[in-house]
Design a protein around this ligand. Structure first.
Ligand SMILES: [Zn+2]
Length: 89
């Protein structure tokens, strides 16, 4: 089950919640009942990586890229990343 991170927009309180994809997202801060915002920490890493690899490919053949291309460090629970990378092409 994926772990979601939330941050309160009112008081800045942060929390993690383990939820399945069908669960409703949390919207209320347990500290101040303010509005919660979902954080996507894993996606930011993926976007950075693909941008770097793309730049490398235009200047060099795949010499510097293979470590990044294996997806070794890519988290398994990042369903948002796959459609985003394909649509960028
Ligand atoms: Zn709060």
């Amino acid at each position: 089950m994926p772990t979601y991170q939330y941050a309160c927009t009112e008081c800045g309180h942060q929390l993690e919640a383990v939820q399945s994809f069908s669960d409703d997202a949390l919207t209320t801060c347990p500290e101040c009942t303010g509005k919660l915002r979902k954080l996507f920490s894993a996606v930011g890493v993926v976007f950075k990586g693909s941008g770097w690899a793309h730049k490398e490919q235009s200047t060099k053949p795949a010499l510097a890229a293979p470590k990044q291309a294996t997806g070794e460090s890519a988290p398994a629970a990042a369903p948002v990343a796959t459609p985003a990378t394909t649509s960028a092409n």
